[in-house]
Design a protein around this ligand. Sequence first.
Ligand code: GLN
Length: 289
Amino acid sequence: MTVKTALDQGTRLLEDAHVAVPRLTAEVLLCHALRRERVYLYSHPEAELSEHIWIHYGRYLHERMRGKPTQYITGVQEFYGREFVVTPDVLIPRPETEHVIDAAIERVTRGSRVVDVGCGSGAIAATIALECDASVWASDISLAALHIASHNARRLGASVHYVAADLLDPFPAGSMDVVVSNPPYVGLGDRESLQREVRDFEPEVALYAGPTGNEIYQRLIREAERVLRPGGWLIFELGYRSLDAVRAMLDQRWSEVSTGPDLAGIPRVLCGRLSTEMSTSAPFANRAL
Ligand code: GLN
């Protein structure tokens, strides 16, 4: 069995199982079995696969055909130009979430104290720690997630303080300049509409907020009002369809509220600033980021 034949056969199997991007997936899985970069597949199409490699590749193909996301098979996902380790204990970082980073970079100033709430793999926290000159904390209710997040920060040389917590519970009032989050925002009622890769393999604690999907936003906003210093920023990812509900949760204490779209044009990031004093102006200015 050569590299080329293995790729052709793997692609056909994935295609028949209706897996998206079958050729690329076969390439990524074969590289993972070979422990080599993709360029090897093109420079060595006639290389013979050992039985050992063939067995691993076959297992990866089988797992992918059953719906397991490629990233949980390879154990990694790229985010903001860096590689993060992922396991089924953490959500796979999404490209949409890179917009949260862009919004944070615009608002985090030198020496800022930043907390990433519900850090999962730690992609947001580690990226901010590496991109900005800030002190970064990260919380998660899942100890398994904190373990992965701290592993990622160590691998990447990012300095982040980890706290096991339900949202911002242990953080003192007025202690943070920026609160950033990609919280769970899927409603339990939308469970069946999720892709099987998400529904059957990603951690429920990272996906579902409650019956409507807006339950964590409500708590996050209330807790951010306590933990942010006056003038501090709250930045978080919006679910597709959460904007109206979230807008209704932001009272006159919030100013400079804006949203930014993802690449599909959906409002994906919300930023708001905790007022330094009570303001009577409309909180939602609807500016683009
Ligand atoms: N964006 C994820 C999805 O594709 C959900 C992540 C979240 O709830 N924060 O379903």
